[in-house]
Design a protein around this ligand. Structure first.
Ligand SMILES: C[S@@+](CC[C@H](N)C(=O)[O-])C[C@H]1O[C@@H](n2cnc3c(N)ncnc32)[C@H](O)[C@@H]1O
Length: 381
């Protein structure tokens, strides 16, 4: 390792530690030993205009970016990889190397002691699988990836480091029975509901750490203990967002359609910032399903926050005027304000007081402090 590289890695570790992400010395050792750059010979940098520029090792900021606490996108639209000859591109990220601080948070939540059998859902670059392999031994790690091209690159990069975990190309929703039952399952791609296959493939007493996909965001990360075909546990105290599994993106009403319609107006009771509240935001994302939001400022007008649903409903909140306009079968802003009121009536609980039970039948029950104190049963769209 060159002196320069070891400096970048030392700064990387110091930054993660300063942010409180590497309290376990064994994870610190793993992040210090597994070179992130091996998994990221190139990646996309997001530009202020929403486009992407490919960066590789020849870029002057390459090393600083690889060894930073940043998510680095490695694929757009399920097909396009980073190639500096392509110029700037538009597209939606479909594979990435997760923000290392978020990786550390989730890895820590697995509470490994060494030697556990681990299943990872969403191999991506393979960096997380390599960290797991460093901690529990490569033969104990299985990682599944839906995209064959992404899986192939991950296999190549993992094998260049020596012993490598098994990378299987399959839909992670089905898990991978062959190498189980597992002691731990970690999903680095978001799922709308915890798939029944995961509950079957993790042994009793085993742990699932996963991110739930909700259209409003909210960063729901959950740590569940599996028992007798069901699983339960608390949401983590920090939020974290992942891309969704490649099957659950909804197409909401386009803004251009909404602009030609007229809805009913009233004064708002709460500002649109409630959607981004660290604790209430989780309740809203879990409770107000099938609705996306978008910030928009019309020429010469006030900043607006739009909510859209696939059934054609929309709401637009103007915080400056304290007004909302709503249209369609769902009154989306009424839904948001009602959930926010409920969160306040319950004493403004922090997000880590909320828990999830995944029943044998696959249903989601949300509770506060204790599994008996059910606040609602989730109907996931
Ligand atoms: C955020 S990346 C994972 C990051 C990765 N763990 C790493 O260390 O680089 C999410 C990955 O999940 C994959 N993915 C999406 N849907 C999936 C599915 N249904 N099953 C398995 N993998 C999936 C994507 O192709 C993408 O590579």
């Amino acid at each position: 390792m060159t002196e320069e590289l070891s400096d970048y890695i030392a700064q990387f570790l110091a930054g993660l530690e300063a942010d409180g992400h590497l309290s376990d010395p064994l994870w610190k050792q793993a992040f210090g030993a597994v070179p992130r750059h091996v998994f990221l010979p190139s990646f996309f940098l997001s530009l202020p205009d929403g486009r992407w520029q490919a960066i590789d090792t020849t870029h002057p900021a390459y090393w600083r970016m690889v060894y930073s606490n940043t998510t680095l996108t490695t694929q757009l639209d399920g097909a396009v990889g980073p190639d500096p000859d392509d110029g700037t591109l538009s597209g939606t990220p479909t594979s990435s190397s997760t923000q290392p601080g978020l990786m550390a948070l989730m890895l820590d939540a697995l509470r490994l002691s060494g030697g556990e059998l681990v299943l990872e859902i969403g191999t991506g670059t393979g960096y997380n699988a390599a960290l797991l392999a460093h901690r529990v031994g490569a033969p104990n790690v299985t990682s599944v990836e839906v995209d064959p091209g992404v899986a192939k690159l991950a296999r190549q990069r993992l094998s260049s480091l020596g012993d490598w975990p098994s990378v299987v190309t399959t839909d992670g929703g089905r898990g991978w029975r062959d190498n189980g039952p597992y002691d731990r399952l970690i999903a680095t791609v978001s799922v709308p509901t915890v798939p029944p296959a995961w509950l079957e493939q993790v042994r009793d007493g085993g742990v699932i750490v996963a991110s739930l996909w909700r259209d409003l965001g909210g960063g729901p990360l959950v740590r569940l203990e599996v028992n007798g075909g069901s699983a339960q546990g608390f949401f983590l105290s920090e939020a974290g967002s992942f891309m969704p599994v490649r099957t659950c993106l909804q197409v909401p009403t386009p803004l251009s359609t909404a602009l030609t319609q007229t809805g009913s107006r009233r004064q708002t009771r709460h500002s649109s910032t409630v959607l981004h509240h660290p604790d209430a935001g989780l309740w809203l994302a879990l409770r107000v399903q099938s609705a996306n939001w978008l910030g928009f400022t019309p020429d010469g007008g006030n900043e607006q926050m739009w909510l859209f649903a696939p059934d054609g409903s929309w709401a637009v909140v103007d915080d400056t005027a304290g007004q909302v306009e709503q249209f369609g079968p769902r009154e989306l802003w009424d839904e948001v304000e009602a959930v926010y009121d409920r969160w306040r009536e319950m004493g403004t609980p922090t997000r880590d007081r909320l828990g999830l039970t995944v029943t044998n039948a696959g249903g989601h029950r949300i509770w506060l402090d204790s599994p008996d104190a059910v606040v609602w049963n989730e109907i996931v769209a």
